[in-house]
Design a protein around this ligand. Structure first.
Ligand code: GLN
Length: 456
């Protein structure tokens, strides 16, 4: 913990933390030492981690990357963070993120850009984005200022920054980890997951985070297996689905395609067998996601009204509506406002059937494609995690629709509620890490992690 606190100070330039908590870290580490002395070590005893600032931490400011929660100190602890503390983990600080987890570069944060540690030292002015929305978490792990970090993934926010920063990130099955105490973005998609340097670390961390929670009605009453034991099984005989819709004919860059092929070769060398599969509705996933996620966000974010949480802007003589408008106008950033506008439009009386209901139907078709592949005997599906490696901050797309294309490989998994693991597999010609994604059956993180290990 002391070494990490020193490293955090030395790499403050990454802006990976919105709130470092060194005092709390030292206290927790001391308590951990005491438990170790009594022979009572948990699975993550003494392991210092970063907590995405979307997880409520009792008595420690939680901002969701937004001005509107800039002074919010929760009086409760999220279930996932509480589980990690029970396993012995130590909190180094709250990690930077895109505002309310909406974004792919961490640029929508109200607390400044995060720098990807892969930024070239001979080109320090050309800073690379870490990805998003769990950009601070990914940069902290890649920059060696946390041993692991929590992320949340609604449409790729664990897997895409993991790929951009060359680390491992897992979005578990929807329902595997409790959403209680996590600031809500899109409730039918949000899922917490681990980010770390190796598949084994991710497996250990998931074991500590996961589990049924009566406080979240969508948390699954399913036992948590020993994810690390599964890693010993190897991948011999495993059938790996390769979706033909993602091939270069459909627009994938030849460079990423080559890394994808290399990943398949690694799995084959370890005894797995490739199987050609089809996901015919996957091409509608982005459009579907960008209706459903904003619709749910517009509803979830209605609670920031200047009354109950965080910021309140109220001038002498103002009425209730003035307070709503001024608070929300000043508190939310541009991307969040865009999503609220899209979402309220899609949910409004005259458009509900045409947009939201239609998107829900397409979502079922996308989930059915995956089910058909698994029913035909495929154990795990391999795809690129992202359509490109990290790009410079000053080259980030300025129009939102181009930005949303970053999520093309990650949102289908999210819409289907399946587990998805991003593993760094190779460096691009520019010397930047590129991840591949492994997708599994519902609650079969074990197979996904086994296959992930063969890609390390
Ligand atoms: N980039 C996606 C978005 O902006 C994913 C975000 C997420 O998974 N939280 O919605």
């Amino acid at each position: 913990t002391d070494a990490h606190i020193a490293a955090m100070e030395a790499r403050a330039d990454l802006n990976a933390y919105v709130l470092p908590t060194p005092d709390r870290a030292r206290e927790m580490a001391a308590a951990s030492d005491a438990r170790i002395a009594k022979g009572k070590a948990g699975a993550m005893e003494g392991i210092p981690i970063a907590m995405k600032d979307l997880f409520c931490t009792d008595g420690t400011r939680t901002t969701a990357g937004s001005k509107i929660l800039g002074n919010f100190v929760p009086p409760y602890e999220s279930t996932v963070s509480a589980n990690l503390w029970s396993a012995g983990a130590v909190l180094l600080g709250k990690a930077n993120l895109d505002e309310f987890a909406m974004g792919s570069t961490n640029q929508t944060s109200a607390f400044g850009d995060v720098v990807n540690p892969w930024t070239r030292t001979d080109e320090p002015t050309r800073k690379l984005v870490p990805g998003g929305s769990s950009g601070g978490s990914a940069a902290a792990v890649a920059g060696r200022i946390a041993l692991g970090a929590t992320g949340t993934d609604t449409g790729g926010s664990i897997r895409q920054p993991a790929s951009f920063c060359g680390i491992v990130g897992l979005k578990p099955t929807y329902g595997r980890c409790s959403r209680w105490g996590i600031v809500a973005f899109a409730s039918s998609l949000d899922q917490a997951g681990p980010m770390a340097r190796t598949v084994e670390d991710v497996a250990i961390m998931l074991g500590a985070m996961a589990g049924h929670d009566p406080k979240d009605s969508t948390s699954a009453p399913i036992a948590v297996p020993d994810f690390t034991a599964a890693l010993e099984q190897g991948v011999k005989g495993l059938k790996v689905g390769i979706p033909r819709e993602y091939r270069p004919e459909e627009g994938l860059s030849p460079e990423i395609d080559a890394i994808w092929t290399r990943g398949m070769e690694m799995l084959k060398d370890a005894g797995a067998e490739p199987v050609d599969i089809s996901l015919p509705h996957t091409k509608y996933a982005l459009a579907t996601y960008y209706i459903i996620a904003p619709a749910e966000a517009s509803s979830n974010l209605a609670r920031y009204d200047g009354v109950r949480y965080g910021l309140r802007v109220l001038d002498e003589g103002d009425g209730l509506n003035d307070m709503y408008m001024k608070t929300r106008g000043a508190g939310f950033g541009a991307e969040v406002k865009r999503r609220i506008l899209i979402g309220t439009y899609a949910l409004s009386a005259g458009y509900y059937d045409a947009y939201y209901l239609k998107a829900q139907k397409v979502r079922s078709l996308i989930a059915r494609d995956f089910k058909a592949a698994f029913d035909q005997g495929v154990d795990v599906i391999l795809t690129p995690a992202t359509p490109s490696a990290a790009f410079p901050l000053d080259d980030a797309p300025s129009d939102p629709v181009t930005m949303y294309l970053n999520d093309v490989f990650t949102v289908p998994t999210s819409l289907a509620g399946l587990p998805g693991l991003s593993v760094p597999v190779a460096l691009t010609e520019a010397g930047l890490p590129q991840g591949l994604q492994l997708i599994g059956r519902p609650f079969d993180e074990e197979t996904v992690l086994r296959a992930g290990r063969a890609l390390e």
